[in-house]
Design a protein around this ligand. Structure first.
Ligand SMILES: NC(=O)c1ccc[n+]([C@@H]2O[C@H](COP(=O)([O-])OP(=O)(O)OC[C@H]3O[C@@H](n4cnc5c(N)ncnc54)[C@H](OP(=O)(O)O)[C@@H]3O)[C@@H](O)[C@H]2O)c1
Length: 255
């Protein structure tokens, strides 16, 4: 399938890096020819096109990858009616997409930057008639989950869209703690990276509370660190982080 990506920023580049490994043909449309040419040097399989005053999207399958506040400005330059519009814009409803860009079908997609390594967790919702096609496309960059409502997608945005930033904050804390205790920086990074890698199968196998039980012995080292987390209500703070990110998606949807 021919897919046109509009926007060439962080998320677009992560999606493109994943999608070119499949058989899709990728065209990237952006406002800076210089940036597009630099991207083509990195990923020669793509074709590029500068978005100047107007761009005809008739019958195209678009993955729309600009910031939510650029929707009106970029939408005004798109002429014709697309075949499908997949939007990755956080907190931007299908109603407001359809007011700005004409398409036969709309799907909201919430991938994450792990798309670059074909490890994105992408949540999808929208027109059921293209559900299978949407899942097939985004399965090329990792796993997908189709949800029934845009509200669920906004919650998923906080979890899996923003999630890499939240986990990076945790990783940063672990690395900093290890360095402060006297470990070499590169060793602290090696340990933390392997820790995250080995954690996924544990989480697939057990609930978090059971993993904690298996690691912790009474009065041991884990217990000492875990008690500190509990005393400082770190779980509540993380839970509140998800709520705060979700609240922001709701605010964006209203604005
Ligand atoms: N980053 C993430 O982890 C993540 C995860 C899930 C969803 N998202 C969603 O992905 C979208 C893009 O985020 P991002 O992190 O990739 O942002 P970004 O790196 O800033 O990229 C935004 C892109 O939009 C382009 N753009 C802005 N105004 C434009 C205009 N008037 N005409 C043409 N192109 C224009 C920018 O062009 P220039 O390069 O020329 O400035 C840039 O390529 C957002 O809606 C966000 O909600 C992001």
């Amino acid at each position: 399938m021919e897919i046109t990506i509009i926007g060439n920023g962080n998320m677009a580049q992560a999606i493109i890096s994943g999608l070119v490994k499949s058989s899709h043909q990728i065209q990237v449309v952006g406002r800076s020819l210089e940036k597009l040419e630099a991207l083509k040097k990195q990923i020669p399989q793509i074709t590029i096109c500068e978005l100047d005053k107007a761009y005809d999207i008739t019958n195209q399958n678009i993955i729309f990858c600009v910031k939510p506040y650029n929707l009106t400005e970029v939408g005004a330059k798109l002429t014709g009616t697309a075949n499908t519009l997949y939007s990755v814009l956080a907190g931007t409803t299908i109603q407001s997409l359809s007011q700005n860009i004409s398409s036969k079908s709309y799907v909201r997609a919430m991938p994450n930057v792990s798309a670059k390594f074909c490890k994105s967790m992408t949540t999808l919702t929208g027109d059921e008639n293209i559900k299978k096609e949407a899942i097939d496309i985004f399965n090329c960059i990792g796993q997908t989950l189709w949800v029934d409502t845009q509200n669920e997608l906004d919650i998923a945005t906080a979890v899996a869209g923003s999630g890499p930033a939240f986990l990076a904050h945790v990783a940063d804390g672990i690395i900093e703690g290890a360095i402060n205790a006297g470990l070499k920086k590169e060793d602290a990074i090696t340990l933390t990276t392997a820790l995250f890698d080995g954690f996924t199968p544990l989480l697939e196998d057990d609930e978090p509370k059971d993993i904690i039980k298996k690691v912790m012995s009474p009065n041991g080292t884990t217990q000492a660190g875990y008690d500190y987390l509990v005393k400082n209500k770190v779980k509540d703070k993380i839970s509140q982080t998800i709520q705060t990110a979700y609240d922001r998606a709701l605010e964006l949807a209203k604005s």
